[in-house]
Design a protein around this ligand. Structure first.
Ligand code: SAH
Length: 238
């Protein structure tokens, strides 16, 4: 391992995450591509090595083990520069992932990352959740749907629950204080066939960053009228 790879390995180890050499190498390559491409394209406000390791890489995967290890088909909705999808893909190379975003140029960057990191069982879909949620290839097909920093929980539930299989899970990454957001989304979640199962709160290891994971179980099919037309879920949340 190179020094930088060792550093990444040790960084993850502090969060109780064991990386092998291939995984450490892939994280390093992803970091390098991200920072390089960020000079010509708006991908992230965070570029300093330690900060990316913590706020993007570890944050994407921390606390998800229990859910990701049980799922065989996972969607990352609004992946942006690849979060949480790419870090999870690096940790779980055998699991099938689809990364969705409405911005084509971000997905083009991720296509390059996929080739460079030699990742497989990974595909990208360009489009808006409001449209793709009606696509038969994707509707109610995923064991696990994840989304970080995309929309408020009510709107996000209308984006994500249509993709989630009955019996599967939708998990929203939120900052620590999410009580109000959760209680005002409860009705929407119910209408869409979901049920709040748990809210996990923790600090990211060796940081003062608080994180909440909102675990929503899909208990019933989502009615055909959802998601509503593009723009509506954000403008007038259920
Ligand atoms: N998940 C990433 C990116 C957050 S930025 C992270 O945590 O860093 C939000 C991303 O969601 C943007 O890339 C934007 O293009 C995408 N997005 C916003 N609304 C969307 C929608 N309705 N359907 C699909 N993607 C959407």
């Amino acid at each position: 391992m190179t020094d930088n790879e060792k550093y990444i390995e040790q960084y993850f180890a502090k969060a109780n995450l064991q990386l092998n050499e291939l995984q450490a190498g892939r994280f390093l390559m992803f970091y390098e591509r991200l920072v390089e491409k960020n000079k010509v394209m708006n991908l992230t406000g965070i570029t300093e090595f330690d900060e990316v390791l913590q706020k993007h890489f570890v944050d994407s995967v921390y606390g998800l083990e229990e859910f990701v290890s049980k799922a065989s088909y996972i969607l990352d909705l609004g992946t942006g520069a690849g979060f949480p999808g790419i870090p999870l893909k690096i940790l779980y190379p055998e699991t099938e992932f689809v990364l969705v975003d409405s911005l084509q140029k971000r997905l083009r960057f991720l296509e390059e990352v996929k080739v460079e990191l030699k990742l497989d069982k990974l595909s990208f879909e360009h489009g808006r959740a409001e449209d793709l949620g009606h696509d038969k290839r994707y509707r109610e097909k995923f064991d696990l749907v994840l989304s970080r920093a995309v929309a408020n929980l009510s709107s996000l539930s209308e984006f994500c629950l249509p993709f989630t299989k009955v019996g599967g899970c939708f998990i929203s990454y939120k900052s620590g204080a999410c009580e109000e957001e959760v209680s005002s989304a409860e009705k929407a979640i119910g209408i869409l066939g979901g049920k709040i199962e748990d809210i996990r709160k923790f600090m990211l290891p060796e940081s003062d960053i608080s994180r909440s994971l909102i675990i929503i179980r899909k208990t019933k099919e989502t009615k055909k009228q959802y998601p509503r037309k593009a723009g509506i879920p954000l403008k007038t949340p259920l």
